[in-house]
Design a protein around this ligand. Structure first.
Ligand SMILES: C=C(OP(=O)(O)O)C(=O)O
Ligand SMILES: [Mg+2]
Length: 578
């Protein structure tokens, strides 16, 4: 039966494919006594063999797509399967206790895990506990005849369905086969949504129930423009969406003609449209869509995709690749923004009641200066290869900015003393304005920074006190709310007062409703998912900035609600399109 689920449109585009559930299956079982011991041991052996074959396949794919180092994790799993002490212990207990293989597997492996985890002075053995847990799950799935999801093994076109996708899950999705994804939870500015846009896969998040409503293999249509997922579409649905997808493709073709043009308004004013990227791989998309700069390089993916803290050399190579890839166009690199919903397996952070209000971003960097200085040195060295702007995330106080800048200057001195080149002339140092305190004091910050970049994702979350990943409060993501618009305007005016430039790298920068308002306020740089660039460039071409002042005045002072402002802008654009 056809059913349509409504969610939040998180990444543009349309896709049709069968569902692939990235959901942990039920691995529960009953404890039973058995009569035929030999048959039970055979059942165990078969499950171990199947697990081994599966791991070989996963290892091969991981090696091809992720690299040798990541693939070696699976060698550790295969070694456990091959360890006679491990399988032997299970076998002999099946024989002794005459219990089913599932029960014995659970008891024996729980024992191993408890022993390993108790070795608090031996990190290596503690990590083996996680391996045993993983391997146990795999053998159990074969004993129970259920399939564990293996995103690395997807080898045909699918739409991935999950409760939630962590940024690292999302990073593993292979664009060749994963045509779209849809989740139960999440909002438009959750990191999985941002990643979807940078991978250019359509996505719908916050459907609440999709993991329950969809079974593996169900035919789906994801409409990432309107936020709909159609389950088991009728012929009429398929027809309708085919037309919508074709229309969307032709609009895209129209925009693509602007790829090599500068962003110029109807009255001849120039703005910079930049791209947000997560890894050097995203450069291709940025360039293919005609980005005039990189307005935000989120370096945390470098940390998340690594098994340990990335070395100065690894970071240097990544930053240099991006700077060189942009051919002397500006590149804003943001220092590590870990914490909140982004975790590192090798950097245990304390459990917090409110991670988004906790130990994250610059707060970690100022505390863990070893990590921070390594990143700054890598950045400084890379600055010799292009036009670098370094940006600090989550700055709340002037003191934090001064401290971060002082550390940067110390690293500059050290490099200089060692005769290592960096850009001494044009390197710029700025901050994200994403905490209301920084927006309120923008006039004071503007005297000390080279630039601002407004992070609306967090600025809205903190101003409205509404978790950006929680779909129950997603109605409070209100970029057109006058409170948000005033903070943005205040930040822009304060920067311009001091002759500094202001960008925006939150998702609002790529939102067509925001474009006329931001142009009217004089925002200099607009940094967005690469796929939004041409749409916004096309819109700017049709607007005259002289007519926008009044629109801004109204939106800030007259209209009251987010929705009213949205209508105000929509109507304005209809009437003033040149
Ligand atoms: C761009 C931003 O940073 P992130 O989405 O990475 O938190 C923001 O907060 O708007
Ligand atoms: Mg942020």
């Amino acid at each position: 039966m056809t059913k349509t689920l409504k969610g939040i449109a998180a990444s543009d585009g349309f896709a049709t494919a069968p569902a692939y559930l990235l959901v942990e299956p039920d691995l529960s079982f009953k404890k039973t006594t058995i009569k035929d011991v030999q048959a039970e041991v055979q059942r165990l052996k078969a499950a171990v063999q199947e697990s081994d074959a599966e791991l070989t396949k996963i290892r091969d794919t991981a090696q091809k797509t992720l690299g040798e180092e990541e693939a070696q994790v699976f060698d550790a799993h295969k070694m456990i399967l091959a360890d006679p002490e491990f399988v032997g212990a299970i076998e002999s207990q099946i024989k002794d206790q005459k219990l089913n293989a599932e029960q014995v597997l659970r008891t024996v492996t729980d024992n191993f895990i408890t022993t390993f985890e108790a070795m608090t002075d031996n990190k290596y053995m503690q990590e083996r506990a996680a391996d045993v847990r993983d391997v146990t799950k795999r053998i159990m799935s074969h004993l129970l005849g259920v399939q564990l999801p293996n995103p690395a093994l997807i080898d045909h076109e699918v739409i991935v369905i999950a409760h939630d996708l962590t940024p690292s899950d999302t990073a593993q999705l292979n664009k060749k086969y994963v045509k779209a994804f849809a989740t139960d939870v999440g909002g438009r500015t959750a990191h999985s949504a941002i990643m979807a846009r940078s991978l250019e896969i359509p996505a719908v998040v916050g459907t609440n129930t999709i993991t329950k409503d969809v079974a593996n293999g169900d035919e789906l249509i994801v409409d990432g423009v309107n936020g709909d997922v159609v389950i088991q579409p009728s012929a009429a649905d398929s027809d309708h969406y085919q037309k919508a997808a074709a229309e969307y493709a032709s609009e895209k073709a129209e925009w693509s003609k602007l790829k090599n043009s500068a962003t110029v308004t109807a009255d001849g004013k120039h703005f910079d449209i930049a791209a947000n990227i997560g890894t050097p791989k995203d450069l291709a998309g940025a360039n293919a869509n005609g980005a005039e700069a990189i307005g935000l390089y989120r370096t945390e993916f470098l940390y998340m995709d690594s098994a340990e803290l990335p070395s100065e050399e690894d970071q240097f190579q990544a930053y240099k690749t991006v700077l060189e890839g942009m051919n002397n166009k500006p590149v804003v690199v943001r220092t590590m923004d870990i914490g909140g919903d982004k975790h590192l397996p090798y950097l245990p952070l304390p459990e917090e009641m409110n991670p988004f209000l906790g130990y994250r971003a610059i707060r970690i960097s100022l505390d863990r200066q070893d990590i921070f200085r390594t990143q700054l040195r890598a950045l400084l060295r890379a600055s010799a290869f292009g036009k670098l702007c370094i940006m600090f995330p989550m700055i709340a106080t002037l003191q934090e900015f001064r401290q971060a800048k002082a550390i940067l200057q110390e690293e500059m001195q050290k490099l200089k003393a060692d005769g290592i080149a960096y850009d001494e002339k044009d390197l710029q140092v700025g901050i994200m304005v994403e905490i209301p305190a920084a927006a309120v004091l923008a006039d004071q910050f503007a005297k000390e920074v080279d630039f601002f970049s407004i992070g609306t994702n967090d600025l809205i979350q903190y101003t409205m006190a509404a978790d950006r990943g929680n779909d129950q409060v997603s109605y409070l993501y209100q970029p057109y709310n006058p409170s948000i618009l005033r903070l943005i305007k205040r930040t822009i005016d304060a920067a311009h007062q001091e002759g500094k430039w202001v960008g925006m790298c939150g998702e609002a920068a790529g939102d067509s409703i925001m474009t006329p308002l931001l142009m009217g306020m004089g925002l200099d740089e607009y940094s967005m998912s690469a796929t939004s660039i041409l749409r916004v460039r096309s819109l700017m071409k049709h607007l005259d900035t002289n007519e926008l002042q009044e629109l801004v005045e109204q939106a800030i002072n007259v209209s009251l609600t987010n929705e009213e402002n949205k209508q105000l802008v929509t109507k304005f654009v209809e009437e003033h399109r040149h």
